[in-house]
Write a protein that binds this ligand. Structure first.
Ligand code: SF4
Length: 178
């Protein structure tokens, strides 16, 4: 990206150039809308992240959408029971691509303390995860760190992968935030 007007504050608007890839990735990260749902105690921290003290709207995320069809970010906040798993998968399927997933907290990432038959041992058993956030529960600052890490990841997405979006995603590309 290059910026014209090297003289500085002359009042001229100058010229900014960037690639289509950069522009689209930038737009995607600055208007990422999370889906409005929570599964357990981690959801309280997620709600707090959205409230005035932390204010997630600073990142273009002022509205959590109540419909998966208007969302492109799924924040799995809490443990996922086997009974709930098909519902979470259906919500993911109803989100339009491109879409991303954050596993918030130990339960969503790996089952946490619930090592039993009723709880999924990680939501990646049913949906692809982009960022895992450690903690029980993670604080709002950690969730914001996870979201900004996801933004960095999206900014590196390649135009050549857009046509096959979803198929080119690999589990080993997921990032762990502590
Ligand atoms: S990670 Fe901890 S706070 Fe989050 S859902 Fe599990 S038990 Fe609750």
């Amino acid at each position: 990206m290059g910026v014209g007007n090297p003289e500085g504050k002359s009042g001229a608007l100058g010229i900014a150039t960037m690639t289509l890839e950069q522009a689209v990735n930038w737009a995607r990260t600055r208007a990422m809308w999370p889906m409005l749902f929570g599964l357990a105690c981690c959801a309280i921290e997620m709600m707090s992240t959205q409230a005035s003290r932390y204010d997630m709207s600073r990142f273009g995320m002022e509205l959590m959408r109540a419909s998966p069809r208007q969302s492109d970010l799924m924040i799995v906040a809490g443990r996922v029971s086997r009974k709930m798993a098909p519902v979470v998968r259906r919500l993911y399927d109803q989100m339009p691509a491109p879409k991303w997933v954050i596993a918030m907290g130990d339960c969503a990432s790996c089952g946490g303390v619930f090592n039993n038959y009723a709880i999924l041992q990680g939501v990646d058993e049913i949906v692809p995860v982009d960022v895992y956030i450690a903690g029980c529960p993670p604080r709002p600052e950690q969730l914001m760190h996870g979201i900004l890490t996801l933004h960095e990841k999206v900014m590196k997405e390649k135009i050549s992968d857009w046509a096959t979006w979803g198929q080119s995603r690999k589990k080993q590309d997921a990032i762990v935030v502590e």
